[in-house]
Design a protein around this ligand. Structure first.
Ligand code: GDP
Length: 176
């Protein structure tokens, strides 16, 4: 019989960077072009196998709107992992991601937390390099500075999405 370990994961990031879309891709391998915004927070689960262990993700997808920002601590305080997302075509979203990571270091138990920085909408950048507003190097540098893991993803074209969640599961198992 295989072991099941639960991990609480919170998604943080500016509105419309693709948080819900990354979760939808991971949970049901779907993509919706015009997703309704998340109000408050949404809860979903998905399992992922790493070696002999099943990791059950309990995912809290928070709303990016500023008016919900004060609720975020409720979700990240008891989380073992955080996915901080920005949009590769939106400079403001990268600044916001930096703020979220700093907040996690200040307010959450970040030493025990797997923090993953994700630059999403890679498909737009691959289609037209002019669209890219944050270089891969800048993303990597921020992640290194803050002790986070880093990947660029596309929820739309399913690039690196499963890899992000698998890596989180692996790192979580290393800590437990
Ligand atoms: P959230 O507010 O951060 O949860 O963002 P959503 O998941 O609601 O996505 C916002 C918009 O961006 C929606 O119209 C999505 O279809 C679109 N979107 C999300 N991920 C991607 C992606 O990887 N590529 C592209 N081109 N669009 C995306």
């Amino acid at each position: 019989m295989s072991v099941v370990k639960s991990i609480k994961l919170v998604l943080l990031g500016e509105a419309a960077v693709g948080k819900s879309s990354l979760v939808l891709r991971f949970v049901s391998n779907e993509f919706q072009e015009n997703k309704e915004p998340t109000i408050g927070a949404a809860f979903l689960t998905q399992r992922c196998s790493v070696n002999q262990t099943t990791v059950k993700f309990e995912i809290w997808d928070t709303a990016g709107q500023e008016r919900f920002a004060s609720l975020a601590p409720m979700y990240y305080r008891n989380a073992q992992a955080a996915l901080v997302v920005y949009d590769l075509t939106k400079p403001g979203s990268f600044i916001k991601a930096r703020h979220w990571i700093k907040e996690l270091h200040e307010q959450a138990n970040s030493a025990d937390m797997v923090i993953f920085l994700v630059g999403n909408k890679l498909d737009l950048v691959e289609e037209d390099e002019e669209q890219r507003k944050i270089s891969r190097e800048d993303g990597e540098a921020l992640a290194k500075e803050e002790g986070c893991f880093f990947m660029e993803t596309s929820a739309k074209n399913s690039i690196n999405v499963n890899d992000v969640f698998t890596k989180i599961a692996e790192e979580f198992l290393k800590k437990t």
